[in-house]
Write a protein that binds this ligand. Structure first.
Ligand code: NAD
Ligand code: TYD
Length: 357
């Protein structure tokens, strides 16, 4: 299968993964127009895209995926052949504080976008693709053994995971009911440049740079599989171009580590690069109250995308962490610019009552 769209709608392209995706594809495919529709919530940042903003095949539209009229106009004006749907509320802890926006954007917003694509593509004679970007968290929580596969039953446990699972179900239902040509990717935890510093890895790097306490939830033994974002976006581009309609792909890095070991790795790298005494930043670690319903472990079987589509991650965890720490240390103004008063309010409601001092 080979699909070469000439016009692509990317939603949420000013966020962490969406901007890394656009930085890759806008340069890789100069003949393809990429229209980035983003509501610029706290997580969206156009500065991420400064190096492509003047590219002739890139356009930004400030708007919401819940705006059906705007979507109809964009589809009519740009004749999109593909949608790559990143836009979402993406942080589990925020979904625990207030799930409402998660349903509005991740569930209802996905429905509005699906309706727009379905209407615009009705009777289209040439191939189309609705690429929905999802997470391994839809499958729930693993014990110490085993991995998720594309056949694992859904068992979401946080409001974020439940909203993403709902969206996945809607996408598949549109495929079954209306023959909407979709692909879905479910991915493990990403890290790398341009990640908002509410997520574990940039939060640890930032707090270490400022000498501030590092919050580790519970006993720090929860396990994640960490995928370097530049490897992820290459996988996404391969899936859009090569995967069969109606298929689902799991994308992981096979780099499992528990949170405490990961925090040690990060802090030791910050100490090394900044010339601090080895191990000194570990003194900043604070064990705080656990996340309610904290999923113990995620792990994915990525062998289908490796065997059938020929993708493999290029960075192991050590290489990815070295590049990531270097990027944040080199981009302090980016970090300071995204951390406004609203972030500080979130930070104190999230951590203020959790035993962090
Ligand atoms: P992010 O929070 O960094 O970015 C989300 C982007 O969506 C922001 O630019 C925001 O402004 C935009 N947005 C939010 N609501 C919108 C709306 N109603 N209309 C238009 N734009 C809106 O998220 P991310 O980490 O880049 O994640 C992107 C996608 O990948 C999400 O769907 C997420 O569920 C999924 N995912 C993320 C990870 C991860 O580790 N970050 C892992 C697996 C899957
Ligand atoms: P996070 O980056 O929020 O991703 P997710 O919840 O989607 O996996 O968190 C990664 C892991 O780190 C998760 O097990 C929760 C834990 N964590 C902490 O221990 N301290 C923190 O301050 C944060 C944000 C997360």
């Amino acid at each position: 299968m080979s699909f070469t769209p000439t016009s692509v709608l990317v939603t949420g392209g000013a966020g962490f993964i969406g901007s890394n995706y656009l930085l890759h594809v806008v340069r890789a495919w100069p003949e393809t127009l990429y229209v980035n529709l983003d509501a610029l919530t706290y997580a969206g940042n156009l500065a991420n895209l400064a190096s492509v903003e003047d590219a002739p095949n890139y356009r930004f539209i400030h708007g919401d995926i819940n705006d059906a009229e705007l979507l109809a106009r964009l589809f009519a004006e740009n004749a999109f052949e593909a949608v790559v749907h990143f836009a979402a509320e993406s942080h589990v802890d925020r979904s625990i504080l207030d799930p409402t926006a998660f349903v509005t954007t991740n569930v209802h917003g996905t429905l509005v976008l699906l309706q727009a694509a379905r209407t615009a593509w009705d009777g289209a004679g040439t191939p189309r693709r609705f690429h929905h970007i999802s997470t391994d968290e839809v499958f729930g929580s693993l014990g110490p053994e085993g991995v998720f596969t594309a056949e694992t039953p859904y068992a979401p446990r946080s409001p974020y995971a439940a909203s993403k699972a709902s969206a996945d179900h809607l996408v598949r239902a549109f495929g079954t009911t209306y023959h909407l040509p979709y692909v879905i990717t479910n991915t493990s935890n990403n890290y790398g440049p341009y990640q908002f510093p509410e997520k574990l890895i940039p939060l640890v790097i930032r707090n270490a740079m400022k000498g501030e306490p590092i919050p580790v939830y519970g006993n720090g033994q929860n396990v994640r599989d960490w995928l370097y974002v530049e490897d992820h976006v290459k996988a996404l581009d391969i899936v859009l171009r090569r995967a069969e309609e109606g298929s689902t792909w799991l994308i992981g890095a096979d780099q499992e580590i528990n949170n405490l070991d990961l925090v040690h790795l990060l802090l030791d790298e910050v100490d090394r690069v900044t010339g601090k005494h080895a191990g000194s930043s570990r003194a900043l670690i604070r064990f705080v109250a656990d996340r309610p319903g904290h999923d113990f472990r995620y792990a994915l079987d990525s062998s289908p995308i490796e065997d059938q589509l020929g993708w493999k991650p290029e960075h192991d965890l050590n290489a990815g962490i070295r590049r990531t720490v270097a990027w944040y240390l080199d981009n302090v103004p980016w970090m300071d610019a995204v951390l406004d008063g609203a972030y500080r309010d979130y930070y104190s409601s999230q951590y203020g009552s959790r035993g962090m001092n």
